[in-house]
Design a binder for this molecule. Structure first.
Ligand SMILES: [Zn+2]
Length: 237
């Protein structure tokens, strides 16, 4: 009897929570999905996977040729307007839906898990966002993606050593040397020593022009890591 009452209470609680947090597939609305997932298995299988992680000299790696040293790079999914990938990114960034971010992170984790060229990675470094945006959003979306990667590859550590400087306005008054390095002022390294000899995976949500990554990458090399690789949840065509 007690168990019955308990089960009923759980049912009612679940129904009540469902009113406010409906746990349905973001693509098709199906309720047939695991509690920590953002999509049902069918929609997950139909996602536009890039397979870039497996391909050497892929289009993302070429974006950075001659700009900064990146050992291996890839993105989980193709990003296009009005697609489910856009919805996943939107949910993560503007609707505080961390499940969407963990889901995207797990896609990266599963994609690189068996690959030799990502084998030595020991550190995940999320691309930072401005302090103002992080306050508004409540979190940095790239950290959530890193947590998703960690679910698949628990040995990897997340290091939030890249920061956005407090105010970019002060940069106007920086010397000529600083200004001569394009975008170098976009980031600062809070603990360079922790990067010495590390094999880094820089993590971002969507890769577009690559300018942010380029700046972040230059900043990371100041810490003398062994290698810098790159993984994004999505890549825009
Ligand atoms: Zn679905």
């Amino acid at each position: 009897m007690l168990l019955f009452i308990y089960n009923k209470a759980v049912d009612y609680t679940r129904a009540f929570l469902h009113l406010f947090y409906p746990h349905i597939c973001l693509e098709c609305g199906s309720e047939q999905l695991s509690s920590h997932s953002a999509l049902c298995t069918v929609c997950e299988n139909n996602l536009p996977y890039t397979n870039f992680f497996t391909i050497e000299n892929n289009v993302i790696e070429k974006v950075f040729w001659g700009r900064c040293k990146i050992n291996a790079a890839g993105a989980g999914l193709f990003f296009s307007k009005d697609s489910i990938v856009q919805i996943l990114i939107f949910e993560l960034k503007y609707k505080q839906n961390k499940k969407a971010g963990w889901f995207l992170g797990r896609i990266i984790g599963s994609s690189i898990q068996q690959l030799n060229r990502f084998k030595k990675i020991d550190l995940l470094i999320p691309i930072p966002i401005s302090r103002r945006k992080e306050r508004q959003r409540g979190f940095n979306q790239s950290i959530i993606i890193c947590e998703g990667i960690q679910e698949i590859l628990p040995a990897l550590k997340i290091a939030t050593v890249l920061k956005k400087p407090k105010s970019t306005r002060s940069q106007t008054f920086k010397g000529r040397l600083q200004r001569s390095k394009p975008l170098a002022h976009l980031f600062e390294l809070t603990d360079p020593i922790s990067l010495q000899g590390a094999s880094i995976l820089l993590v971002d949500d969507v890769i577009t022009t690559g300018a942010t990554i380029e700046a972040a990458c230059h900043c990371l090399w100041l810490g003398q890591p062994q290698s810098v690789s790159l993984a994004a949840a999505a890549y825009t065509l």
